[in-house]
Every structure is written in C-alpha cells, then in structure tokens.
Design a protein. Structure first.
Length: 129
C-alpha cells in the first residue's frame, strides 16, 4: 500500500498474504514470529516466504510503525486522555435544543421539563443501546 509512504515487501499485498498465510483469518492471535516460522517450514515456491525470511527486520519495523492497538504516546498524554473521559459531564444546551426543535417544527415543548428528564436519565445511568 503506497498511501502510507512506507516501503514494504515488493509484490506482497493483501491477496498474497491471504493466500500464503490463510491461518491469519482465524480468531486466534498470531505473532510476526509465527509468520517467519511458517515461512521457514513452507516448501512452496511462493516468493513471499523467502521475502518474509530475508526481510524479516523490515516486516517487524513496518508492523511497529503501523500497529494501532497500542499507540506510542507518553504516560502523561494517556493519563490526560483517560481523565478527560472520566471527568466528562454531558451538557444540556437549552438554546441549541430550542433551535433544533424549531427547525424540526416543534414549537410547543416544555424545555425545562425535557431538561429535567434528560438530567435524571444521565444521573441514573440509563442507557438505550
């Protein structure tokens, strides 16, 4: 994928990986070392296996650059993000609600009653998922 501007293994795309490493579609977790071991055991003539073995360091480097499950951020930044979510309090903006209701043609609603209802829902933790 050229869009990320990272040099990969020439000729190795999703289709090639899916064909050479079908076990990656399983729900089990696999590691880069599993790819290398599979490539070393495989007796097929597919070039991808030699590319993975010969350029294993690049595979590892690219994975560490592109993996998104654990972003490289400082402890302070992670703590700030967590505290932002923990301390978030939903706001009820009466003016904005009135504007939205007006656009929708609703003009005869008691906003104060609606606000009280919303606040009690938030305080009680009501969820409609």
């Amino acid at each position: 994928d050229k869009s990320d501007n990272i040099d990969g293994l020439q000729g190795v795309g999703l289709k090639t990986v899916a064909k050479a490493f079908p076990f990656l579609t399983e729900s089990k977790d696999y590691y880069l070392s599993d790819l290398r071991e599979h490539s070393e055991r495989e007796e097929s003539k597919l070039a991808i296996y030699n590319k993975v073995i010969d350029d294993y360091d690049r595979v590892c480097d690219n994975y560490s650059i592109m993996q998104l499950s654990t972003p490289l951020i400082s402890i302070q930044c992670a703590n700030f993000i967590n505290s932002t979510f923990e301390e978030y309090e939903p706001m009820f903006n009466k003016t904005e609600i009135n504007k939205m209701l007006s656009v929708d043609g609703v003009t005869s609603l008691n906003i104060d009653c609606l606000k009280t209802t919303f606040n009690s829902m938030v305080e009680s933790g009501v969820s409609y998922n």
